[in-house]
Design a protein around this ligand. Structure first.
Ligand code: ADP
Ligand code: MG
Ligand code: MG
Length: 199
C-alpha cells in the first residue's frame, strides 16, 4: 500500500530531478517554444516541496491536491495549469484514504490524465505531455518500472511529430524533429514515481 509519505517522496524526487534537468528542459523549449519550460517547472516544484514540508498533508489525496494547487498558482506557463490539473484531479480521485493500492493509483492517474486532455484539448500524437502520460498510465498496471520505460519511449517518440497544441503548434511543420519539452518533463514525473517506489 502507498501512504502519504510515498506521495510526498514522489513530489520531492520530482522537484530534485526537475532542478537537475531544468537547463535541458529549457533548451528543448528553445527551438519550438519560448525557452522557459525548465524555469517554469523549477519554480513550481520548488514551491510544491516547500509547501508539502510546511503543511505536511497526511493522506495521499491531500498531498497531490495541495501540490496541484501550488503548481497552478506559481507557474505562469501552459504547463502549470496542466500539471496542476493532473495532480489535483488524481488527488481528488484518491479521496481521503490514508493508504491506496497501486491499482487505485493507476486508476486515479488515468482520471488525472483525462482531465488534462479535457483542459488542453490534446490527444495522443499532438506532441505534448499527453504522449508520455497516456502510455505511462497504460503501463502502470504492469508496475512502476514498466510505466517509466513507457514514459521515456513516449517522450522520445514526440521528436518526429508535428505539434498540434501549445506554442510549438505555431511553428507548423518546423516543429518536426524536436523532442517536446513537456513530454520530456512528464517522463521525469513518472520516473520519480518509480524512484519513490524504490524501483
Ligand atoms: P508555455 O508554452 O506557456 O511557455 P511551458 O513551456 O512551461 O509553457 O510548457 C510547454 C509544454 O506544455 C509543451 O511542451 C507541451 O508538452 C505542454 N502543452 C502545451 N499545450 C498543451 C496542451 N494544450 N495540452 C497538453 N500539453 C500541452
Ligand atoms: Mg515555454
Ligand atoms: Mg512560456
Amino acid at each position: 500500500m502507498l501512504d502519504a509519505d510515498f506521495f510526498r517522496r514522489w513530489m520531492t524526487v520530482t522537484a530534485a530531478s526537475v532542478e537537475r534537468e531544468a537547463e535541458h528542459l529549457t533548451a528543448l523549449d528553445s527551438p519550438i517554444g519560448d525557452a522557459d519550460h525548465g524555469s517554469n517547472l523549477q519554480r513550481g516544484f520548488t514551491a510544491v516541496a516547500a509547501t508539502l514540508e510546511k503543511e505536511a498533508p497526511d493522506t495521499p489525496g491531500a498531498v497531490l491536491t495541495l501540490a496541484g494547487r501550488q503548481l497552478i498558482s506559481t507557474v505562469g506557463g501552459a504547463s502549470g495549469p496542466l500539471y496542476g490539473t493532473l495532480l489535483r484531479r488524481t488527488g481528488k480521485a484518491l479521496g481521503d484514504a490514508g493508504e491506496v493500492s497501486e491499482e487505485q493509483l493507476a486508476e486515479a492517474l488515468r482520471a488525472g490524465v483525462e482531465a488534462v486532455m479535457t483542459l488542453g484539448g490534446a490527444a495522443p500524437g499532438d506532441k505534448t505531455m499527453i504522449d508520455t502520460l497516456v502510455p505511462a498510465v497504460d503501463a502502470l498496471g504492469t508496475g512502476f518500472a514498466a510505466a517509466r520505460t513507457a514514459a521515456e519511449q513516449g517522450a522520445l517518440a514526440t521528436t518526429p511529430l508535428q505539434a498540434r497544441k501549445g506554442r510549438a503548434s505555431y511553428l507548423g511543420e518546423r516543429s518536426i524533429g524536436h523532442q517536446d519539452p513537456g513530454a520530456t518533463s512528464a517522463a521525469l514525473l513518472i520516473a520519480a514515481l518509480a524512484e519513490a517506489a524504490g524501483e
